[in-house]
Design a protein around this ligand. Structure first.
Ligand SMILES: Cc1ncc(COP(=O)(O)O)c(C=O)c1O
Length: 345
């Protein structure tokens, strides 16, 4: 199937908004083209719509061509764009693999795109045969999250490769938590083999920059071109571009040290939680959170809440019955969780 067959015809034809800065290339002395305030401040000018300087640094860091990188207002923006580029409202469908990240469905619901589901297997892996059967002629996008939220595990590579053999719509692999997983698990290096693959990453997790809202998508240059066409012109603001540039040029060691610390806390917390009588299971995690099955999750949730500790209740989610999802905090925060559980009667 060609890309053109997958894209909504109106998007394929779309003449994108052409911003003032977009049309003019080069250096000028006087900018009177964008109705900005000439006095203003350091922020009086519109930011670069295609974030070239930032993308060049990311391109070097990830060994990816600039034209295969999209930057958005969080990866949630990329998810929304994918929905609007490929799925005709009221006609096309997506396939999600619960239990998984909730925004795929919300984004589809907003766009009036039908959501089909194929549950993960009991060990939280993708069910290849189930996916084969759940795919319809209208299925345009399949969302795979690896490491998966909320289960924390990586999805088996061979199974995903098998899915690529029979599904020729868009496959999104959401790698929001990939920085916490062992090296070389990312799908980035395989992008050349799969023209229908979109990989999502984010500055919100390992980089510790959830507040700046910066997400990334990597795909063929044709798909990235479509995403750039559909996005609002100035979707990544100047402060965000600057903060990300600073992090990439000065904060790499900090980020790597924090990932090591978080992963070691994940291991410590796993062991200590496994020893507790009210804990039935701690699921293996390659992310910065643990999915923990309790004998009485409502009681634990309430008890932690009363102590001022918020965790995510996943106990009503299929395959996560009895489970709370606990983000790995600082050693002090994690100790507080354990001490609070000690006080529970
Ligand atoms: C799997 C997954 N993808 C994407 C996101 C959203 O990331 P962003 O902050 O970049 O929008 C999250 C946030 O929790 C997530 O868990």
């Amino acid at each position: 199937m060609s890309l053109r067959d997958l894209v909504r015809p109106n998007i394929w034809r779309l003449q994108p908004y052409s911003s003032a800065r977009h049309e003019f290339e080069g250096q000028a002395d006087v900018y009177l083209d964008a109705n900005e305030n000439p006095y203003g401040s350091a922020f009086s000018r519109y930011p670069d719509p295609l974030q070239l300087q930032l993308k060049q640094v990311i391109a070097r860091y990830k060994s990816m061509p600039v034209d295969q990188i999209f930057l958005g207002n969080g990866s949630d923006e990329a998810i929304d764009l994918i929905m609007r580029i490929f799925c005709r409202p009221g006609i096309d469908e997506i396939l999600v693999l619960p239990p998984t990240y909730g925004m795929y469905k919300v984004s589809a619901d907003i766009c009036d795109v039908k959501v089909n589901e194929c549950l993960l297997t009991s060990d939280y892996q993708i069910d290849v045969e189930g996916i084969r059967q759940a795919i319809t002629p209208e299925t345009k996008v399949l969302f795979i999250c690896s490491p998966n939220n909320p289960t924390g595990n990586l999805m088996d590579r061979e199974r995903i490769e098998e899915v690529f053999r029979f599904f020729h719509g868009i496959v999104v692999i959401d790698e929001a938590y990939m920085d916490f997983a062992p090296a070389n698990q990312s799908w980035l290096r395989t992008l050349v083999n799969y023209p229908n693959l979109v990989i999502l990453q984010t500055f919100s997790k390992a980089w510790g920059l959830a507040g700046i809202r910066l997400g990334l998508a990597y795909a063929s240059k044709e798909i990235i071109h479509l995403m750039n066409k559909v996005k609002p012109p100035y979707n990544v603001n100047q402060l965000t571009q600057k903060a990300a540039l600073d992090a990439l040029t000065m904060g790499l060691e900090k980020k790597e040290a924090e990932v090591i610390e978080i992963n070691s806390e994940r291991k410590r917390l796993t062991t200590l939680l496994e020893d507790r009588t009210e804990v039935l299971q701690v699921f293996p995690s390659e992310a910065n959170f643990l999915l923990v099955k309790f004998s009485d999750p409502a009681k634990v949730f309430q008890h932690l809440k009363t102590a001022g500790i918020v965790v995510r209740d996943r106990s009503k989610t299929p395959l996560c019955e009895g489970c709370l999802r606990i983000t790995i905090g600082t050693p002090e925060e994690n100790n507080l969780v354990l001490e609070t559980l000690n006080l529970m009667i």
